[in-house]
Design a protein around this ligand. Structure first.
Ligand code: TRP
Length: 336
C-alpha cells in the first residue's frame, strides 16, 4: 500500500525557536518514515503582516537548512519553498472564489492578528487560511501535523473541500481530498521564558522570552539564568499556580528525552538553583548537533540550492496536476 502523504510548513519570519521545534519540526522528524512527506517554507504567508524584504530570502533558506539540520530525511521527505511553486498562488485564487467571506472573518487567528495590525490589515491576512488550504490540497495530503492553534485552519480546509466537491464534483468522484490534522500530545505547547502563561513566540519583542535553535551556549545560559521562576522549593508538573515551573520541567523532559515520571521524581526536591544549570546544560547538549549540522549545510556551496531545486521539481509536478484537476472541474479551457 502506498504511504499516506503529509504536508506541513513553517513561516520564514526570523529564527526558529524551541517552541517551533518541539511543537512542529521534531514531530515531523519522528513520524517521517511512515509517510511520504512534503515540508515547505511558507514564504507567501510571511508577507501577510509587514515584513522585511532585506531578510526574506535569507530567512527562507535558513528555515530550509534547519529542517535538514533537525533531521528531515530526503529519502522520505521533500523540502521546498512555497513561492517557488506558482500553483499555490493560483489555487488560492480559485478557492477564494468559492469561500464565503464570513468563514474568514470568523477565524480566531485572523481576529487576533488583525487587532495587532490596527488600521493596517491587508487582504492577505484575511486570506491567509485559504492560501494554507491551497498548500495542503495541492498535494492531496492525508495528514497535516500542526499545533493545536492551527486546528481551525484545517477545519476550514475541510469545509472548502466539501464545498468545492459538492458544487463542482460528481458523486463519488471528489475533486480534492479532505485532510486530517495530526496533533502531537506530548508537550506541543512551549511557553515563554518570561511569562509561563503565554506561548513562546517569534513576535515577542523580548528575545529573552525564547530560546532560538541557533542561540550559542552562552546566550542559552543567560536566558535560562534570567527566566521567570517562583519562590517555591520542589518542582512539579501541572500546578496551575506555577505555569513557569510546568513549562521549564516540560522543556527539561523534552530536551533530555526522559519520561515525565522520571523527571517528576528527579526534580521533586530540587530548588531553582540546582535545576537551572541542569536545564541549561541539557538544552545546550540537545541543540549542539543541530547547530553543527546547520553550519555544515550552510558551509557547503550549492548544497541547499540543489535540495530546493529538486524539491521544487517534485512539488511542482504534483501540484500542477491537482491544479489542472480543479481547473477542469471549474470549466476552464486549458492551454494546449
Ligand atoms: N499557518 C501555519 C502556522 O502558522 C503555517 C502553514 C502555512 C502551514 N501553510 C501550512 C502548516 C500548511 C501546515 C500546512 O503554523
Amino acid at each position: 500500500m502506498a504511504k499516506q502523504r503529509v504536508l506541513s510548513g513553517v513561516q520564514p519570519t526570523g529564527n526558529l525557536h524551541l517552541g517551533n521545534y518541539l511543537g512542529a519540526i521534531r514531530n515531523w522528524v519522528k513520524g517521517q518514515h511512515q509517510y511520504d512527506n512534503f515540508f515547505c517554507v511558507v514564504d507567501l504567508h510571511a508577507i501577510t503582516v509587514p515584513h522585511n524584504p532585506a531578510t526574506l530570502s535569507a530567512d527562507t533558506h535558513a528555515i530550509a537548512a534547519l529542517y535538514l539540520a533537525c533531521g528531515i530525511d530526503l529519502d522520505c521527505s521533500t523540502i521546498f519553498v512555497q513561492s517557488h511553486v506558482s500553483a499555490h498562488s493560483e489555487l488560492t485564487w480559485l478557492l477564494n472564489c468559492i469561500t464565503p467571506l464570513n468563514w474568514l472573518t470568523d477565524m480566531i487567528q485572523f481576529k487576533e492578528k488583525a487587532v495587532k495590525q490596527g488600521e493596517n490589515v491587508g487582504v492577505g491576512l484575511l486570506d491567509y487560511p485559504v492560501l494554507m488550504a491551497a498548500d495542503i490540497l495541492l498535494y492531496d495530503a492525508d495528514k497535516v501535523p500542526v499545533g493545536e492553534d492551527q486546528k481551525q485552519h484545517i477545519e476550514l480546509t475541510r469545509d472548502i473541500v466539501d464545498r468545492l466537491n459538492h458544487q463542482y464534483g460528481k458523486p463519488n468522484q471528489p475533486i480534492l481530498k479532505s485532510p486530517a490534522p495530526l496533533i502531537s500530545t506530548d508537550g506541543a505547547r512551549i511557553m515563554s521564558l518570561t511569562d509561563g502563561t503565554r506561548k513562546m513566540s517569534k513576535s515577542d519583542p523580548s528575545d529573552l522570552s525564547r530560546i532560538n535553535l541557533l542561540d550559542p551556549p552562552d546566550v542559552i545560559r543567560n536566558k535560562i539564568k534570567k527566566c521567570k521562576t517562583d519562590p517555591v522549593r520542589g518542582l512539579v508538573f501541572g500546578d496551575p499556580e506555577r505555569p513557569e515551573c510546568n513549562n521549564l520541567l516540560t522543556l527539561y523532559m523534552l530536551m533530555s528525552g526522559k519520561s515525565k515520571q522520571d523527571v517528576a521524581a528527579e526534580c521533586q526536591d530540587m530548588g531553582w538553583g540546582q535545576f537551572k544549570p541542569l536545564l541549561t546544560e541539557t538544552t545546550i547538549a540537545h541543540l549542539q548537533p543541530i547547530q553543527d549540522k546547520y553550519k555544515q549545510i550552510m558551509d557547503e556551496p550549492g548544497y541547499l540550492e540543489s535540495v530546493l531545486h529538486d524539491g521544487r521539481q517534485k512539488a511542482s509536478e504534483i501540484a500542477n496536476q491537482t491544479l489542472r484537476r480543479v481547473k477542469v472541474a471549474l470549466g476552464y479551457s486549458l492551454p494546449t
